[in-house]
Design a protein around this ligand. Structure first.
Ligand code: ASP
Length: 589
């Protein structure tokens, strides 16, 4: 090694030792006859000292070093008179007596500090400089650690990591494929995998029993903070298991990750049905860090115990005409001012939320008061309060309209109130399983059924008889793991019977010929002794961002793409020259 130590490890135990360090010049200061340089590497910062009196030539050389120069310095570890408790090496400094410049640097386009002056675009263009900054590097170290703990855990349970191909045929995860033209098979295209779904199932047919892979997946979708066109999954599959076995195995992984990476003990995960999640939280990925469940004046989705008469038939047209009237109780928010409520009303009316208005009732020292007092007396309001579990000091917020839209809007309002009341605390982790998803969902646009998870998901055996006449009521052996309102993973028990799989394709609108052409390989494999199997995939980037306390997965990817799917550093995607296109047999309009 060119160095004896790193810039993060020397302390008072090393005093009097002669050491050699290598790194980047973070900062340099001239004070009287001395020059101080903060030398940085991946491990930390160490202060170098040059003295004009004892070594003028060396000190003058040090004074010429620019920011981000790469240097090698040899000297003696000395106790600092001015200690810095903020850094690990803050008790010592190096009195340098040999210095060499390993490389010079242009002045970087932004400061390489924790709080940088560089905007997003600039930092992405010079991502290699951005990656020199502590917070970004720490995110990637966290990512590496999560990968390591995952591998160790799965290895200890006999999982085998198997790589699956990247140039494949379309996989049906419901997004658009990225395509790659084949030069050797002109006019034909590979698709990049949206997931290794069919391959991992084939590995089960092959008898691998327990598979995993930390693997890149590709989906050509519009991007958001928690989406990238290429992202990473912890992809897993097991044979001879029940749904419960899978839940146990993979909540074990999550418990291990929390323990080893964040040093947090989380309990066994509670299980909530999809129907309950929708009813109480309006959402299949509920944030259960706070309660504030949705209450229905109209019959809830699963039970018929609505109390419509509390709101309907009193002359208030909005409630009379509404399919659903839903409420939440914001604890302690009765002190909300008129202005705050007006602001909330504007908030729910934004197109993204889409409510037509907001009704409220507050319970403060003056008693119960609502925005619709014209139609309802105090007795009614008392019953509203009772239904919502409200006490003095609380604020009830009510939305009304079409069921699906209103429940979704209420789910958003609940999360917003959770934010405003500080109930969605960073560092508080609440994990759960959501189970019993519907097998299918009806897509109004195409006018047909779609697989809610993917077409290989097994219906619950007790619901199979409904497939023919009431497909929407069929539940799947499918599950999602949700943490703090984020879906971090999901999977299912698979169909492993050719006839049922063919029936599923039929329901999804595939002709037998289409199904054979696209998935014949899997159905054929099912004829050679396919074991019962199931699995799941975690969004690796999402777990990283959740553990790192950020909403953006981009911060945890070394070289991410921007919102237009561009890598601005390497300038990709880019045009291809004519010769290359001709070779591929591709023409571009
Ligand atoms: N392939 C699925 C996905 O990417 C996960 C699974 O079913 O195992 O969502």
């Amino acid at each position: 090694m060119l160095r004896t130590n790193t810039c993060g490890e020397l302390n008072s135990n090393n005093i009097k030792q002669t050491v050699t360090l290598c790194g980047w010049v973070q900062k340099s200061r001239d004070l009287g006859g001395m020059t101080f340089i903060d030398l940085r590497d991946r491990y930390g910062i160490t202060q170098l000292v040059f003295n004009m009196e004892t070594n003028k030539e060396l000190c003058e050389q040090a004074r010429k070093l620019g920011r981000e120069f790469v240097i090698k310095a040899t000297g003696v570890v000395t106790e600092r008179s001015n200690k810095n408790a903020k850094i690990a090496t803050g008790d010592i400094e190096i009195m340098v007596d040999e210095l060499s410049i390993l490389n010079v640097s242009k002045t970087p386009p932004f400061t390489i500090e924790d709080e940088t002056d560089g905007g997003d675009d600039l930092r992405m263009k010079y991502r290699y400089l951005d990656l020199r900054r502590n917070p970004v590097r720490e995110n990637l170290i966290l990512r590496s650690k999560i990968g390591k703990v995952t591998r160790d855990y799965l290895d200890s349970l006999n999982f085998i990591e198997v790589e699956t191909p990247v140039l494949i045929k379309s996989t049906p995860e419901g997004a658009r494929d990225f395509l790659v033209p084949s030069r050797m098979n002109q006019g034909q295209f590979y698709a990049l995998p949206q997931s290794p779904q069919t391959f991992k199932q084939l590995l089960m047919v092959a008898g691998f029993d327990r598979y995993f892979q930390i693997v890149k997946c590709f989906r050509d979708e519009d991007l958001r903070a928690d989406r990238q066109p290429e992202f990473t999954q912890i992809d897993c599959e097991m044979s001879f298991v029940s749904q419960q076995d899978i839940l146990d195995t993979f909540e074990g992984l999550m418990i291990e990750l929390f323990k080893k990476v964040l040093h947090v003990d989380i309990p066994k995960l509670p299980v909530m049905t999809f129907a309950d999640a929708m009813e109480h939280y309006g959402n299949d990925k509920p944030d259960i860090r706070f309660d504030m469940k949705i209450k229905g004046f109209t019959p809830p989705l699963s039970k018929g115990e609505g109390v419509a008469e509390l709101v309907k038939g009193r002359g208030f047209k909005v409630f009379d005409d509404a399919e659903s009237v839903l409420a939440i109780c914001a604890k302690g928010a009765a002190s909300y001012t008129r202005k705050q409520i007006d602001e909330l009303t504007e908030w729910v009316k934004r197109p993204q939320i889409g409510a037509t208005g907001l009704v409220y009732m507050r319970w403060n020292d003056e008693g119960l008061k609502s925005s619709v007092d014209k139609f309802y007396n105090e007795d009614d309001l008392k019953q509203w309060a009772e239904l919502c579990g409200a006490e003095k000091g609380d604020l009830i917020l009510i939305l009304a309209g079409a069921e699906k839209k209103t429940r979704k809007a209420m789910s958003e309002l609940r999360l917003e109130m959770g934010n405003r009341l500080g109930l969605r605390k960073q560092g508080d982790f609440k994990c759960l399983w959501v189970v019993d998803f519907p097998l299918l969902e009806f897509d109004d646009e195409s006018g047909r059924w779609h697989a809610m998870h993917h077409p290989f998901t097994s219906p619950k055996p007790e619901d199979i008889h409904l497939l023919e006449n009431n497909p929407g009521a069929v539940r799947a052996n499918a599950y999602d793991m949700v943490i703090n309102g984020v879906e971090v993973g999901g999977g299912s028990i698979r169909i492993f019977d050719k006839t049922l799989q063919a029936k599923m394709f039929d329901l999804l609108g595939f002709t037998p010929e289409d199904a054979q052409a696209q998935f014949g390989f899997l159905m054929n494999a099912f004829e050679f002794g396919a074991p019962p199997h199931g699995g799941l995939a975690f969004g690796f980037d999402r777990i990283c961002s959740l553990f790192g306390g950020s909403d953006s997965i981009r911060d945890f990817i070394a070289f991410p793409k921007n919102n237009s799917g561009r890598d601005v550093m390497i300038d990709s995607p880019s045009e291809i020259d004519k010769k290359q296109l001709d070779e591929l047999g591709v023409s571009v309009k």
